[in-house]
Design a binder for this molecule. Structure first.
Ligand code: NAP
Length: 431
């Protein structure tokens, strides 16, 4: 913070891509309003990028752009650092250096926070400055601050989120237009919603990083990306979605974090059948939403744009205003060192399940298949059968069952001569 002008806050920006460029634009648009409300005059003083020759969508004054990210962090003309590079390194080293230099840091980097967040919280605590990361989970939707502050008075039991816009867009196209997974993915790629290599989105890694961060904040114990069990959406078929509709459900990729009475934390990402009456079922296209269940608060849902340059930059700017205000007051709202969470193995999780099985169409098959469910203690809530020439399709919805019992049932079903293949297995969210 400038000694001659205590209201002036000089931002050092690491990265000027989708979000960084949008942030530069938004600071320009909002600086007067922010100054009128807070007395803080925000300026983008330095911007570090990888490639100085690249054309930018924003115009920066001469001398602001640099490729020297280390120099930016240590520059005495920078009061606060915003990290919008992405990935773990060099972002981690740059953020640690900034914190050690006593500069607050704002980041939108989920990979960074979900992998080395605890180390960074410790460094921020040690330096007595802010490390804020509202935009790292679900872009523009306020989640970190509500979980840390507004909901601190209620024990949070479960968080269920649609936190990946790409997969929600794909599943919405499959649900509403009857598109195949491959066609919906190709369309998402052509519209820029999906990367050329969509693995991080469709296999659930992106949602996994986000739910690790949400669990850490909601339960006050460190959960990392590697703790999250993943299943992606590549196996979801148009037939599954048609069955889901007939039974009164939508198929969604859910990121779930829950804490039991024993304090253990379960974190997982998987496609699931969500009752059409559930608020998450109506989250369409690239929108995100997070449904929170707590003891005192009951149920609530936060909904909005989970990505995109300007929506994400708006969350980053909110954090910048907060961190700049704290810097001026000489305070900080750091999370501090957190204990490691005890993770509950995914085998212990319980749910109702949908199973889609293709079998040979001959007498006695149904009896053999339902016998396997009974042997493993999995009780069947409903069953449908459809002929497919020499084969038949069996659709089961089970009652609540342990994941371990379902896995054992699937293993035994695959060993039956009459079972051609188990096409799909989806969890079913209770109404
Ligand atoms: P992006 O468009 O790829 O931009 C990355 C920027 O970082 C580029 O300007 C790049 O420079 C710069 N950069 C890369 N390595 C660098 C280095 N070693 N030193 C200095 N600069 C370097 O990424 P983005 O979409 O803006 O995302 C930024 C962060 O926000 C990521 O953590 C992402 O996960 C997070 N986020 C993004 C969204 C979204 O909708 N895009 C939503 C939520 C969160 P060049 O321009 O010269 O290549």
């Amino acid at each position: 913070m400038s000694a001659s002008d205590p209201g002036r806050v000089r931002i050092g920006l690491l990265g000027c891509g989708n979000v960084g460029a949008a942030l530069v634009g938004l600071v320009g648009e909002q600086a007067d309003t922010i100054e009128a409300r807070t007395g803080l005059r925000l300026e983008v003083a330095r911007v570090a990028v990888r490639n100085l020759a690249k054309e930018r969508s924003v115009t920066l004054p001469e001398g602001v752009l640099t490729h020297d990210a280390d120099g930016l962090v240590h520059d005495p003309e920078v009061d606060l650092v915003v990290e919008l590079i992405g990935g773990v390194e060099p972002a981690r080293s740059l953020v640690l250096d900034a914190l050690k230099a006593g500069k607050p840091v704002v980041t939108a980097n989920k990979e960074l926070m979900a992998n080395v967040g605890t180390e960074l919280f410790g460094a921020a605590e040690g330096a007595g400055v802010d490390l804020l990361f509202e935009a790292a989970v679900a872009g523009a939707i306020p989640l970190i601050r509500p979980l840390r502050e507004s909901l601190a008075g209620s024990r949070i039991r479960r968080i269920t989120g649609i936190v990946n816009g790409t997969t929600n867009y794909i599943l919405t196209r499959m649900s509403e237009e009857g598109a195949t997974y491959a066609d919906a993915l190709a369309e998402a790629q052509s519209l820029g919603y999906a990367e050329r290599d969509p693995t991080a989105d469709v296999e659930g890694y992106d949602a996994g990083a986000k739910v690790a961060i949400l669990a850490t904040i909601a339960f006050g114990a460190s959960v990392v990306a590697g703790d999250v069990a993943h299943e992606g959406i590549a196996g979801v078929t148009t037939a599954d979605i048609a069955f889901a509709h007939r039974l009164g459900y939508e198929v969604k990729l859910l990121a779930v974090a829950e804490q039991g009475d024993d304090g253990r934390v379960a974190v997982r990402v998987h496609p699931a059948m969500v009752p059409s009456s559930h608020p998450l079922a109506s989250v369409r296209g690239s929108f995100n939403a997070v449904f929170i269940e707590g003891d005192a608060v009951g149920e609530l849902m936060l909904y909005g744009r989970g990505a995109g340059g300007r929506p994400t930059a708006s969350a980053v700017l909110g954090d910048v205003v907060d961190a700049a205000g704290n810097l001026r007051r000489g305070t900080c709202a750091s999370i501090g060192a957190l204990p490691r969470a005890t993770i509950r193995p995914v085998d212990d999780a319980r749910s109702e399940y949908y199973l889609h099985i293709e079998v040979l169409d001959r007498p006695g098959v149904l009896h053999a298949v339902s016998g396997v469910f009974a042997e493993h203690g999995v009780s069947i809530r409903s069953m449908e059968q459809e002929g497919l020439g020499d084969e038949a399709r069996l659709i089961f919805i089970t009652h609540d069952a342990a994941e371990s019992a379902i896995q054992a049932t699937l293993g035994a079903l695959r060993g039956l001569d009459a079972v051609d293949r188990v096409t799909s297995v989806l969890r079913v969210v209770a109404p």
